[in-house]
Write a protein of this length. Structure first.
Length: 336
């Protein structure tokens, strides 16, 4: 079967397409999945660049998100049967309850777990969920990291109620999912983006207001204006080090700041965090139970993710180049 793998010092220059034997016989409780689609997240680039350490001797198979068809089950499995369409969960150790401190918390496509860029995967049946009937494999592959992250950012710490204001940044997968989910809850959504053209596209996708952060770098002041001087009830920080201070300033006293992304690096702790009166919630994607809750809502509303670009399996390097360029609005997917 085919795999993509990066070896040695890691990095995109060391990414190779290889032929390897398919996984061996499945064990108790396991299923074999023929992968049909995957999607990209910014964290995939960080792992491939070696920012969390170089690949081990077996290399790193990239990408955390994927969907496929069950083609074999072991005796005694009861969640799936051959022919079922499934998506893999991000953290195979987190079924429900509090976040577990295990290797699975780093997700697939990390030094701890091989990713989804391979033709077949053998896994425990508890590590997958059924795909809503109306979604294609490519659409389903968009949800495991970005979709679950966005849902938990909106709902994990406290309920998101109609009429509340949510702020999110850019046009990546988490932000677009947050827009879609927040509108389901009846919330107002303010987004930031990098050009008038992108701002118009985000408004056409349903954003109530969009701020061009290049033209208006103090965008947190504009959020305050749009909320009558109060600030947002919830702000999703995607950017990390270069955006967290403005995200904090855009949030009302008693509101919540969800820390999600590291696009510009790790944010530094600051006295402002403690003086702001804002609740800080780091988001660690979510559990299988969370994912299944999302799928019920997605199926009921017929919701589909925003797909920005689609590539074939062999075009992973081109897809990663597109991700690095930050031209996308929504998810970049690969079909197998």
């Amino acid at each position: 079967m085919r795999i993509f793998v990066t070896r040695g010092s890691g990095g995109l220059d060391n990414l190779r397409l290889e032929e390897v034997p398919a996984p061996g016989p499945i064990g108790p409780g396991q299923i074999r999945v023929a992968m049909r689609a995957a999607s990209l997240n910014y964290r995939d680039l960080l792992w491939m660049r070696g920012e969390f350490g170089p690949p081990g001797p077996d290399g790193l198979i990239p990408c955390s998100d994927g969907a496929g068809e069950v083609i074999e089950t072991s005796p005694g499995t009861n969640r799936f049967k051959a022919g079922d369409r499934v998506a893999l969960i991000f953290n195979p150790d987190w079924i429900g309850g509090p976040f577990p401190l295990t290797a699975g918390g780093m997700g697939r496509g990390s030094l701890m777990l091989p990713g989804t860029m391979q033709d077949e995967i053998v896994l425990h049946e508890g590590e997958a969920v059924h795909i809503p009937d109306h979604l294609s494999y490519a659409e389903a592959a968009a949800f495991p990291c970005a979709g679950v992250t966005a849902w938990n950012a909106l709902t994990e710490a406290r309920p998101l109620l109609p009429g509340m204001t949510v702020v999110t940044q850019g046009g990546g997968g988490v932000s677009l999912f947050a827009l879609q989910f927040a509108k389901l809850f009846g919330a107002r959504v303010i987004m930031t983006s990098s050009s008038p053209e992108r701002c118009q596209r985000l408004k056409a996708m349903g954003a109530d207001a969009v701020i061009d952060y290049r033209a208006d770098p103090d965008w947190h002041l504009r959020v305050k204006e749009l909320t009558g001087g109060v600030g947002a009830d919830l702000t999703l920080d995607i950017g990390g080090a270069e955006t967290v201070d403005r995200s904090l300033a855009a949030t009302r006293v008693g509101g919540r700041l969800a820390l999600i992304g590291l696009i510009s690096g790790w944010p530094n702790a600051a006295s402002a965090l403690f003086a702001s009166g804002v609740d800080i919630t780091p988001i660690k994607v979510g559990s299988r139970d969370d994912y299944e809750n999302i799928n019920r809502a997605v199926a009921f509303h017929g919701l589909r993710p925003h797909i920005s670009a689609s590539f074939c399996f062999e075009e992973l390097p081109d897809a990663l180049t597109e991700l690095k360029a930050s031209r996308h609005l929504g998810k970049i997917v690969l079909t197998f």
